[in-house]
Design a protein around this ligand. Structure first.
Ligand SMILES: O=P(O)(O)O[C@H]1O[C@H](CO)[C@@H](O)[C@H]1O
Ligand SMILES: O=c1cc[nH]c(=O)[nH]1
Length: 275
């Protein structure tokens, strides 16, 4: 059997070695966002960088946590997940930016994904076409709990993850290029209640489900495709706050209910307990 590449004891792309990771990992696309996430921590004890992958390891309000940038798109995100999972990371939270398809979901709001349409290619390397890209209920509930606690404006919706930012999301390419099969993409997705576009959520959720990891996704709305507004900073700090706080929430649940084989967040936990 082929072996996985290890260089000087470290996984090839992330350049991390066993013992350097934490059970919970935050996954922004942008390496710069790792710094913003970590600026909210108690301390940063490790910084490692290679290609698009920037990793900081530290502590948030007493909970060991790490953040690794995935770069843009499913292929680079799949590499990050593979290498993190091989080092024992079990809970993944994407902390992204996104384009909203609905006027009511405004620039600066947050979207917490309750599922993703798999318009990416990478997830198809892992699972058949009908396989769902859904968050783990623990992570979904923790993100909602964190957003409620922080009092930020958020929505829980269906995301569509694409492999291209321009044509694949219905933005005309060079010289107005937009093939007929993408001309109606926004209206088609709105018709089936999809709330937003990103480029990693479907990959992250699919691979996490295939491997039995827990994953979720929170995104800051930086573009509104209905109103044509764009602000690359809007909501980004809130998304980072919510993701960090969700780690604290989920860690509390994990410590409170260590014996649950299938952990399922506050709402479902109550259902279990009443059985
Ligand atoms: O801001 P990040 O997390 O990179 O997410 C979004 O931004 C990038 C496109 O600008 C894509 O990666 C998309 O998913
Ligand atoms: O419109 C947008 C904004 C951020 N990220 C995307 O993938 N699309």
């Amino acid at each position: 059997m082929a072996t996985r590449p290890i260089v000087n004891g470290r996984v090839y792309h992330l350049v991390l070695k066993p013992g350097e990771t934490t059970p919970y990992a935050l996954l922004p696309g942008d390496p710069g966002r790792v710094d913003l996430i970590a600026s909210m921590w108690d301390e940063v004890r490790l910084k490692v960088e290679n290609r698009e992958y920037r990793t900081y390891v530290g502590t948030y309000r007493g909970v060991p946590v790490m953040a690794t940038s995935t770069g843009i798109g499913g292929p680079s995100a799949s590499i990050a997940i593979e290498e993190l999972a091989s080092l024992g990371v079990g809970t993944l939270i994407r902390v992204g930016t996104t384009g909203s398809l609905w006027a009511s979901v405004k620039v600066g709001d947050l979207i917490i994904a309750r599922g993703a349409v798999r318009l990416d290619g990478a997830s198809s390397n892992y699972a058949p076409p009908g396989y769902p890209a859904v968050p783990h209920p623990d992570v979904l509930n923790a993100l909602i709990t964190a957003a409620e606690g922080l009092g930020v404006r958020y929505h829980v919706g269906l995301t569509a993850s694409t492999d291209s930012f321009y044509v694949g999301q219905g933005r005309p390419g060079l010289g107005g290029y937009l093939p007929s099969w993408f001309k109606g993409i926004i209206n088609d997705l709105k018709a089936v209640k999809v709330m937003n576009f990103d480029m990693e959520t479907a990959t992250v959720l699919t691979i996490a489900n295939v491997y039995g990891l827990r994953a979720g996704s929170v995104m800051a709305v930086v573009a509104n495709r209905e109103t044509d507004e764009f602000n690359p900073e809007a909501g980004v700090a809130d998304a980072c706050r919510v993701a960090n706080e969700a780690v604290k929430v989920i860690n509390e649940w994990d410590r409170q209910y260590p014996d649950y084989e299938v952990k399922s967040g506050a709402v479902l936990r109550r259902a279990y307990e009443s059985r």
